[in-house]
Write a protein that binds this ligand. Sequence first.
Ligand code: ASP
Length: 344
Amino acid sequence: MKNCIPVALALALVISACQQKKETTVENNTRPAYALAIHGGAGTIKRENLSPELEAEYRSALDSALTIGETILKNGGSALDAVTQTVAWLEDSPLFNAGCGAVFTHEGRNEHDASIMDGRNQAAGASGGTSVVKNPITLARAVMEHSPHVLLTGKGAEQFAIENGLDTVSPDYFYTERRWNALQKALEEEKEKGLSEYWNNTQSTYKFGTVGCVALDNAGNLAAGTSTGGMTNKRWNRLGDTPVIGAGTYASNDACAVSCTGHGEYFIRYAVAHDVWAQMVYKGLSLEAAADAVVMKKLVEKGGEGGLIAVDKAGNIALPFNSAGMYRGYVKPGERKVMIYKED
Ligand code: ASP
């Protein structure tokens, strides 16, 4: 499957970006120089649903995304830049439900949501329901850095992207046959089952996706970013958790950075990303215990399918999910892993 931007070019861009922006190294014996985790969506991802060729493509794309982020962090770049560029690279891959490769709405459109958060000061930016912005994560970052607001949506968000010189494309840039076929399947299923049964009880074979990245940089700063096409067959300009700070994305240097994927309505209701932070700060839980309490206990009890990736200020990483699988990976100095299934 084609990638919309060659890895070598993307790497050259990120190296030059981080050479301009060296951070001061903080001496700290307990944390690694950097840590970064990514996800490419959670859902009913089982060996029997993926051909060996497609599985290899996913693993290779996840690995390339780790390289994008790691290169920035290794060269002294910021967590924020690593998150932005890594998510942008995943958005450019047609494999994931974000950017080109996003799922289709009920009406056959692509509507993108994204958000980003800076752990240093809780600055945050997000966009919802855009259809022409090539890399929604760059729009989220522009909202954070160049507007007095946190969340912009629809036409206004697109206008803001144009005014800020971001790349825009014709809506058919986002078309992929695979996602179009998934919409046709979903429409049939919704007709058979009815709206409520379809949304509440259907397994997530083709509903989810989403990409995200969390990072800890050499200066001890945390950042998180998430980007998605949302859920197949969504309508009425539905927004999920991805553009909602505290639900799909959260970062604070005093504890952790979190990016979520799954059935967004549940992640909004239970403020999932913020809850991981809160359980660490108010209850004194470790990252792993906090992330598990939210994903494997609270969400399971409520029926909310999905997972998250998180990194804490000491560089620990947690990647819990309560679905069959989650495209995921992490990298630290001397350690690197890409995983898809539960048994990976
Ligand atoms: N959380 C996203 C949403 O509900 C979907 C996903 O993660 O795949 O829009």
